[in-house]
Write a protein that binds this ligand. Structure first.
Ligand SMILES: [Fe+2]
Ligand SMILES: [Fe+2]
Length: 549
């Protein structure tokens, strides 16, 4: 019953060879023949190069019918192309979307009347051999034309519905695949945005991003390139790669220059660059996407994907993903930059305040800076984390800021202070606290400013706190403060010798100062003695980032 899809062709009648099976909707047509109940004859009318004939169908001159079949294909409906007793030939057009572009028409022949010689003779234009046709016709039942037409119309409807179902199935599969991919992308963007802490370095984020993106992008190699000249700090630049990325930093620079991508906002996509650039200097690069990482007019670097993983071409899906990532990176870089700039501004203000204290009390010039740098060494010795070390540095610079509110005559008095004058001086802790309490960004140094003159045994001021009730950082700064105050020369006295100073501090452990801080002092005493002799320029303390709480 079934049509022989492979063997019969116009070639058998001196016509062109059979069409490729790719354009032939074999499964659909087999299904249709099953609905009709017998095999059909199939003719490709566009391009006109193929014929598949079932044994159920008579030997007609199908080429002679071709012009009529083209019309049927155009109208898209079941139609009789020969209706001359005893022969009815119905044509059924296969919708073009089911056949990858080629247009096929099915032919179904029926006997619709008795076999009489005059009638058979009139069929000569369509029948190649009347005897063969008569043999075929004798084996056919007589069918009413309306019944035959109705049957074929039903079959065409079923064919279209089946094709629609197949199409929907394909679309659902594609949608599922697309959804999976979109989910992966959204998940990646979500994870990335969750890693955008401002104190996270650009290097850390770039290294993470390149690994995550590399896992879902269909590229053999991926890189994030941030040139040194665009980096915030001398160590921020670099090349982070995923997979076999064939270019070095230098080669990436050359590539960007070769393509003229200096400060271009738009992404660059090149598939088969060898065809576009006959002298293409990067033979290992066959497909390429370059996406800039920037925010407003600030460029930070580029994301570069090379060589499609499955030998295909890069398209908008890959570019969109890289652009989303580069936007996140660009905004993060920019925010980090602003954040650092704000931090540097605040550090500058703190240093200015510290200089103002020194200017007011020239006898203790540089005291605040030395206390800050000694306190940093103590904090490191005590195992404090980087953020705490930053805090203690700022606290050291500002611990005596309240002296701005102390009477100059008392502050500069060369001799011993009267009890009243000393009471007045003691106010500098509270005044300092009041000066800084309105600055939110400095709230974490307030405990040091207020309590750096408390004593471990509770004999200090302003609140007479004792032991661990005294804020930890205040206990650390207290030792640094005393060390610098006792060791520095004053107009009315010489600074203590190292030996004397060591003895005083050792005796003060557990009375004046926290014994653990004193222990840390002696553990790094040589380092402390070295750094107090240095100027701030010779011993700069770099704040990693402005501490936030
Ligand atoms: Fe003080
Ligand atoms: Fe001080």
């Amino acid at each position: 019953m079934a049509t022989d899809f492979s063997s019969t062709a116009f070639a058998a009648q001196g016509s062109p060879p059979a069409p490729s099976s790719a354009a032939f909707p074999r499964r659909l047509l087999e299904q249709l023949e099953e609905w009709v109940g017998h095999g059909l004859c199939w003719v490709c009318v566009d391009p006109p190069n193929g014929l598949c004939r079932s044994k159920d169908q008579p030997p007609l001159d199908y080429q002679a019918l071709a012009p009529r079949l083209v019309q049927v294909a155009r109208r898209g409906q079941v139609q009789a192309v020969v209706n001359q007793a005893p022969l009815l030939v119905l044509a059924l057009p296969v919708p073009r979307e089911m056949t990858s572009g080629a247009v096929w028409v099915g032919l179904d022949c029926y006997r619709i009347g008795p076999l009489r010689t005059p009638q058979l003779d009139r069929l000569h234009p369509w029948v190649l051999d009347v005897d063969d046709f008569a043999t075929w016709a004798q084996q056919q039942p007589i069918t009413a034309p309306r019944t035959a037409q109705h049957l074929l119309q039903m079959a065409l409807r079923c064919l279209k519905q089946q094709a629609q179902l197949d199409q929907i199935g394909t679309e659902v599969d594609q949608l599922c695949e697309q959804l999976c991919h979109t989910y992966e992308e959204i998940s990646l963007l979500y994870r990335l945005t969750n890693n955008l802490a401002l104190n996270r370095s650009e290097q850390e984020l770039a290294a993470t991003a390149v690994q995550w993106v590399g896992q879902i992008l269909p590229a053999q190699g991926l890189a994030i390139f941030m040139p040194q000249r665009m980096a915030r700090s001398p160590t921020s630049g670099g090349l982070w790669t995923y997979g076999p990325f064939p270019l070095s930093s230098q080669e990436v620079e050359t590539l960007l220059e070769y393509l003229g991508l200096g400060f271009q906002h738009a992404p660059c996509v090149l598939n088969h660059p060898q065809e576009q650039f006959p002298q293409w200097p990067f033979p290992e690069v066959h497909e390429l996407i370059v996406v800039p990482v920037y925010e407003s007019e600030r460029f930070f670097g580029w994301m570069i994907a090379v060589n499609h993983l499955y030998g295909g071409e890069f398209g908008s899906a890959e570019v969109d993903l890289l652009q989303s990532i580069s936007t996140i990176l660009g905004i993060h870089h920019s925010n980090t930059l602003y954040y650092h700039e704000q931090g540097e501004l605040l550090t500058g203000i703190v240093r200015s305040l510290s200089s103002a204290i020194d200017a007011k009390d020239p006898y203790t010039r540089g005291h605040s800076d030395r206390v800050a740098r000694v306190a940093v060494r103590l904090a490191r010795q005590l195992g404090c984390d980087a953020r705490t070390v930053d805090t203690i540095y700022l606290a050291g610079l500002l611990h005596d800021v309240g002296k701005i509110g102390i009477d100059d005559r008392i502050l500069r008095k060369p001799g011993r202070l009267t009890p009243e004058e000393f009471e007045h001086i003691k106010q500098h802790t509270i005044i300092g606290y009041e000066i800084l309490r309105g600055i939110k960004q400095l709230c974490h140094v307030l405990p040091v400013v207020l309590h750096h003159h408390e004593a471990w045994d509770g004999s200090g001021y302003p609140h007479g706190l004792a032991g661990e009730c005294i804020p930890y950082l205040a206990r650390v700064v207290a030792v640094a403060d005393a060390f610098d105050a006792m060791g520095s020369d004053r107009p009315y006295r010489k600074g203590m010798s190292d030996e004397k100073l060591d003895a005083v501090i050792r005796q003060g452990a557990g009375k004046q100062w926290d014994p653990k801080v004193v222990e840390a002092f002696f553990a790094c005493r040589n380092e402390i003695r070295r750094v107090v002799k240095l100027s701030p320029e010779e011993d700069p303390i770099q704040l990693r980032i402005w501490p936030s709480y």
